[in-house]
Design a protein around this ligand. Structure first.
Ligand code: SAH
Ligand code: SF4
Ligand code: F3S
Length: 514
């Protein structure tokens, strides 16, 4: 089969229509299904109201699909993807599949991909190369590519032409269609491609199988409307759609009742939470104020966009309790000019003012951030402004990246006069400052008593337990296995750049200092 035939035969799953839809809805449904995605369509922000569904069910005829079969999902990218993997695992298990820890004995392998930078994509193409041999050995194996990369037409075209052994491609908007997509893939000899470029719906009752029983992720919103000029996410995740507060609160309550100790509320831009809820005036501050009353030890949220971080939220966070005093607040650059080209919609001064307010209101507030270096045409002076802002804020740590052009975004069209050598050198210089501050902040913990949520054995040494403080610092210490899943007190005896070492304290009275 030549490439043209292959493209023409790319299957679109239309046999299984969405349930109980009227004639009119039906035609809309067909319009919204594409053989391949379109970044141009993904950019559009329609006025249609978000539809909320609570009627997900595994179709009767697929109930035994996974009987005697195993699945393996490899996840790349952010927490959003990690959580989507938990949903896909939930759907697969509802279909009767069992999880396995390796690709060798899997009957279904899914790569849940990330498109944020070129190297994230290269990892996936590398993995596809490895899986080709397995697929040739086991023709019955179903291999699927899903997640953010599937939303890009260039990726879908590359898979269709160069990795034609892949069985299914589906995107971020239709993971609830996994049963139908798998069914198509079993029946069809051709690659099944079902990627929706636009989707405004929120499906509430998808099954989830969470990884672990100590910490849980809870989506509060989907998508992003910020369109920072470098970023692919608004195209791969669609428009901002908030879940209803009552649904979120119910989910958190349920997790608390199940014994979870920590919840992270998820969204690409959680500070925009509620802006699209037309019938109520309700924002992230209101939501946090409700959630803090739930009996669960720790609540986090990620990711915050500085632009929408309002005073009400700061006021609520200042109430403390289970709302931890760690805020991840991506700044991206310390230069107002670069921020403007990035379309971040705040200045260096506005960011610093926000930090000042947060620190004044929330005792012991800890800030971490994301930074991009080597933006198109970034000057040495502009980069130095990033370094000086870093020092001024005194971040505890940061994720730092070299700018990576993403096809379809405005920045990718900008002429860039900064050589890669210079970008690499800037990243090194920035990382030196990040490390210096990280080590310094860890040193502040010396001899202090911290509260640690124990997650398990240390990866390096099974004799040692590992967990995190409220400020998300990794702590290694010796203690009984019975402490796993519990909050314990640990006295810090030595510090490294990225972790703390300590001794567990058993006295009831020991006061937690940080
Ligand atoms: N929604 C989050 C960010 C998600 S992406 C927010 O707005 O904060 C995580 C980080 O990846 C971003 O904060 C940014 O620092 C980085 N990033 C995004 N696009 C990038 C690109 N094209 N090149 C390099 N880094 C990028
Ligand atoms: Fe990307 Fe900006 Fe949206 Fe974050 S806020 S996901 S960086 S567009
Ligand atoms: Fe990557 Fe998509 Fe998350 S691009 S960072 S997996 S939203």
């Amino acid at each position: 089969m030549n490439e043209k035939q292959r493209l023409e035969s790319a299957q679109v799953s239309t046999a299984n229509s969405p349930d109980k839809k009227s004639e009119k809805d039906y035609s809309k449904y067909f319009e919204s299904v594409y053989t391949a995605p379109s970044l141009k369509d993904a950019k559009k922000r329609g006025k249609e109201e978000v539809q909320y569904h609570n009627d997900f069910a595994i179709p009767e005829e697929f109930r035994d699909m996974g009987k005697g079969r195993k699945f393996y999902i490899r996840t790349y990218g952010c927490q959003m993807n990690e959580h989507d993997t938990e949903v896909m695992a939930g759907i697969l298990m509802a279909l009767g599949y069992e999880p396995t820890n390796g690709v060798e004995d899997a009957n279904v392998i899914l790569l849940n991909t990330c498109a944020i930078r070129e190297n994230a994509e290269n990892k996936v193409f590398g993995e596809l190369g490895h899986l080709k041999a397995l697929k040739l050995e086991k023709p019955d194996l179903l291999l699927g590519v899903c997640g953010c990369m599937s939303q890009e037409e260039s990726v879908v075209n590359r898979i269709l032409s160069k990795h034609s052994f892949v069985d299914m491609i589906f995107g971020t908007h239709n993971i609830h269609r996994l049963p139908n997509i798998l069914n198509e893939a079993y029946l069809s000899k051709e690659m099944v491609v079902e990627v929706w470029s636009k989707e405004g719906d929120v499906i509430e009752n998808l099954p989830k199988v969470r990884k672990g029983n100590i910490k849980a992720w809870v989506n509060i919103m989907y998508g992003c409307d910020k369109f920072c000029t470098y970023c692919i996410v608004p195209y791969t995740r669609g428009k901002e759609r908030s879940r209803r507060p009552e649904e979120i609160i119910q989910e958190v309550r349920h997790l608390a009742a199940q014994g979870y100790k920590e919840i992270t509320l998820l969204g690409q831009n959680v500070n925009a939470y509620g802006k699209d809820l037309t019938d109520i005036k309700y924002g992230l501050g209101d939501l946090m104020d409700e959630i803090r009353k739930i009996d669960i030890p720790r609540i986090r949220f990620t990711t915050s966009h500085p632009r929408d971080f309002d005073d009400h939220l700061i006021e609520v966070l200042a109430k403390g309790g289970n709302l931890v005093e760690h805020i991840h607040l991506p700044v991206q650059s310390g230069s107002t000019d670069v921020l403007k080209i990035m379309a971040r919609k705040y200045t260096r001064e506005q960011y610093l003012e926000l930090v000042r307010k947060i620190k004044a209101a929330i005792p012991g507030a800890t800030l971490t951030t994301d930074i991009i270096v080597g933006y198109p045409n970034e000057t040495e002076e502009q980069f130095e402004e990033t370094l000086s802002l870093y020092r001024e804020v005194g971040f505890d740590s940061a994720y730092t990246f070299i700018y990576s052009p993403r096809e379809g975004t405005p920045a990718a069209k900008m002429v860039d006069n900064v050589p890669m050598e210079v970008k690499k050198e800037r990243l090194q210089r920035l990382n030196a400052v990040v490390n210096e501050f990280a080590a310094g902040r860890m040193k502040d913990h010396q001899d202090q008593i911290v509260e640690v949520l124990v997650e398990g054995e240390s990866k390096r040494n099974p004799e040692v337990l590992a967990g995190y403080t409220r400020k998300n610092k990794l702590v290694n210490f010796k203690g009984p296995k019975s402490a796993i899943g519990q909050l314990v007190k640990v006295k810090i005896t030595s510090t490294n750049t990225w972790s703390l070492n300590g001794e567990m304290i058993v006295e009831e009275k020991a006061e937690v200092l940080i």
